[in-house]
Design a protein around this ligand. Structure first.
Ligand SMILES: [Zn+2]
Ligand SMILES: [Zn+2]
Ligand SMILES: [Zn+2]
Length: 259
């Protein structure tokens, strides 16, 4: 069984965008309110957080999230990392260090940004005490969830998506991508569900636009496709109508249950 909760489905600005008066930013449909992208993946026994976005505090309060078994990072961009300090609350409730998985590039940036947390002399329970693991792009297991990192191209930083497997079910998550390298393609084929970057309709230099995501999903053929990391140029209902039958827009609070 896998239970996937979209804590946030927005791009780096969030939606509404500060100071913007466009139709989407003024929309009263809650599905047009998008916190920064972050995901919770749960099995019967294990809870994983993917990225610590700047909206993590609000997300944890909304969903009464008080404990995680590990945090995984896709990449070092600030919309995926700057909620790091909010994970203190998860550390108050555990005696062991909090397992943290990332690629080498992201890990070294996290150590620069939040050096105090990684310092071995940090024994104070009130701070985050991570147990850092460089996964090196290789599969690993946390509790009863198998995790396969999927290398993707995005801007200038080392970036991974992840495939989660538990109880025979599979879920892929690729929030930031501009190109899928050929060797990564087989890892994302025929999943039970796959969520992928779809920033806007117009092309973008460092992100998939909606048509890129649709074209790739038509090739990869997930049973259920989801579009996430969405900006304010995309209205929820309009996107829902635009997408083919097997693909839908994600939204904040959407739960995908694979059992
Ligand atoms: Zn992002
Ligand atoms: Zn706007
Ligand atoms: Zn990014």
């Amino acid at each position: 069984m896998l239970n996937v909760l979209f804590l946030g489905s927005g791009t780096s600005t969030g939606v509404p965008v500060i100071g913007c008066n466009c139709e989407v930013c003024r929309s009263t449909d809650p599905r047009n309110k998008r916190w920064r992208s972050s995901l919770l993946v749960r099995s019967a026994t294990t809870t994983l957080l993917v990225d610590s976005c700047p909206d993590l505090r609000a997300q944890a309060l909304r969903h009464n999230l008080t404990a995680i078994d590990a945090v995984l990072y896709t990449h070092e961009h600030l919309d995926h990392t700057t909620g790091f300090d909010e994970m203190r609350a998860f550390c108050w409730r555990r005696t062991e260090r909090l397992p943290l998985y990332a690629g080498a590039g992201c890990l070294s940036m996290l150590k620069k940004m939040f050096g105090w947390a990684f310092d071995e002399s940090n024994t104070y329970q009130g701070y985050i005490r991570p147990a850092a693991h460089d996964h090196g792009g290789q599969p690993f297991t946390v509790g009863d969830i198998e995790v396969t990192p999927v290398r993707v191209l995005h801007a200038t930083v080392e970036t991974y998506g992840y495939v989660f497997r538990s109880g025979g079910r599979s879920f892929g998550y690729v929030p930031d991508i501009q190109e899928l390298p050929a060797e990564s393609e087989p890892l994302l084929e025929n999943l039970d569900a796959l969520a992928m970057d779809g920033l806007r309709y117009r092309p973008h230099r460092t992100h998939f636009c909606v048509d890129d995501t649709v074209a790739l999903m038509q090739k990869l053929r997930p049973a259920r496709g989801l579009v996430t990391h969405v900006g304010h140029e995309v209205e929820f209902g309009g996107l829902q109508a635009y997408l083919p039958d097997f693909i839908e827009p994600a939204y904040d609070g959407l739960e995908v249950v694979l059992d």
